[in-house]
Design a binder for this molecule. Sequence first.
Ligand code: DX5
Ligand code: ZN
Length: 216
Amino acid sequence: MNHLIAPSMLASDFGNLKSEINMVNNSDADWFHLDIMDGVFVPNISYGMPIVKTIKKYAQKPLDVHLMIKKPERYIEVFAQHGADILTVHFEACNHLHRTIDAIKMAGMQAGVAINPHTNPMVLSDILIDIDVVCVMSVNPGFGGQSFIQNTYKKIEFLKNLKKDSGSKYLIEVDGGVNLENYEKLINCGANILVAGSSVFNTKDPIQTIKKLKEF
Ligand code: DX5
Ligand code: ZN
């Protein structure tokens, strides 16, 4: 499959949110990536429902919602009502991950599971068959604009091979520090979805940058 690009709206200009959303609508991007942070699971608070609602109102592409919150099962219904298409929870934030994944699917969304840089992908082996998206964090979650952690390549390759061996169908997403220098290597390793925040929104021509990230 061709890889997907999901610009992270955390890096967008909230003062011009509607035009930032339209930029993504008019670009080659595939999804909107929305980062929800609670100040407990990660040391930062991002934004909540009013912004999600606004993005949904104008977005013409699926919303990929990344929950960096403790006990994310509390909010599954709310995010479904607000129009999330893919809902990703952190492995490290869930006591009953299987139940949470089931609940996300029951609510009509695709289920994603994110793993922190220190987490070995093997912890997901008994549940990979149930997951739609595995999100490999290539920075410590909590902030945009951080440097890419090199160990990520190995984890993506591992997940690509595990997919073949286990007959699972999950897509591999990479999130954090993705840019025009590393995106080709990430795709070669097996990444299917590239999340990109600052490397898109902090450039002079974001549409052109997205086009380049999409070219391979
Ligand atoms: C980090 C978030 C990322 C972040 C990506 O906690 O999950 O989605 O916004 O931003 P960049 O591309 O700037 O690293
Ligand atoms: Zn994210």
